[in-house]
Design a binder for this molecule. Structure first.
Ligand code: ARG
Length: 281
């Protein structure tokens, strides 16, 4: 008789979570009063209380995963300040400050830089070029991926590289729905990414294929619910619940999706990542 033995080797690699330190801003003053991206409709508005409740659930999810969440005080008159990712780029304890494209958000840059300086980050560079922080700069182990085309200037990519000492790779965004890099791509861990190819120019798609041959390619349907605006700690991936195809693909690869509902914040064009600035020591 034959005895079959179950393979003891897992089919998927064991994914490792790394503890993160995040900065968030409660959406007490959240509203849709202007339109600076195609998601925003001031006539339709948004429900602030609902946004706060959804944001609280996002924060609770991070705490549950063992991450640290710091808070910056929301300022009246800055309805988009909840999108902390845009406030700066923090790598190796050094800070590249943000300088916003649209005057409606201009005051957020100095507010985030001041918070970071007060929190003890010493090298806070006031930028010479327009850039929207982690909205357009995504940090990997060996390099930083940087978006341009809608918000962040190409010159800011160079400025960030020089200040942070990590190679910056430029990627060109071409679809106005995906106006920030973090709406079209997210790092799964320090070495691999998930992205929606249609958001990028053909040259940038070729760059992504060369850098990340094993990337997870997401569908337009998943991108259209801001599924790529996700936050991974290397194992757990906090992701918009509507991105069902992406969630299944993550599970297949051995990640653990943590679905959240941020539908109210999506009315301003934001998801989990937009609400989250990573403070990297
Ligand atoms: N309404 C904001 C804007 O258009 C949304 C920012 C979303 N943030 C992000 N990191 N993608 O600027």
């Amino acid at each position: 008789m034959t005895v079959s033995i179950e393979p003891s080797v897992p089919l998927q690699p064991e994914r490792t979570a790394l503890r993160r330190r995040y900065l968030m801003c409660r959406p007490d003053h959240f509203a849709v009063t202007y339109a600076i991206n195609p998601w925003m409709d001031p006539a339709a508005g948004a429900d602030t209380a609902r946004a706060v409740a959804q944001w609280e659930a996002l924060r609770a999810a991070y705490l549950e995963l063992g991450h640290t969440v710091e808070l910056i005080d929301p300022l009246p008159g800055l309805p988009d300040m909840v999108f902390a990712a845009n406030g700066a780029l923090v790598v190796g304890g050094r800070v590249y400050g943000a300088s916003f494209t649209h005057p409606e958000r201009a005051a957020e840059g100095p507010a985030y830089s001041a918070w970071l300086a007060a929190a003890g980050f010493a090298d806070v560079l006031a930028p010479s070029h327009t850039n929207e922080g982690e909205g357009d700069f995504l940090t990997m182990d060996r390099l930083i991926l940087a978006g341009t085309g809608f918000r962040t200037d190409l010159a800011a990519h160079q400025e960030a590289q020089e200040h942070l000492g990590r190679p910056v790779v430029t990627l060109r965004l071409v679809d106005p729905r995906f106006y920030h890099l973090d709406t079209a791509l997210f790092p799964l861990d320090g070495e691999n990414v998930a992205y929606y190819p249609g958001a990028f120019s053909s040259g940038s798609r070729a760059v992504l294929e060369r850098l990340f041959p094993d990337a997870l390619l997401a569908s337009e349907a998943d991108a259209a619910v801001l599924g790529l605006n996700a936050v991974s700690d290397g194992r757990n991936v906090v992701v918009n619940a509507e991105a069902s195809g992406l969630i299944a693909a993550l599970e297949e690869r051995g990640y653990r999706p943590v679905p959240v509902d941020l539908s109210e914040l999506r009315k301003a064009g934001g998801g989990p990542k937009c609400c989250t600035l990573e403070l990297r020591a």
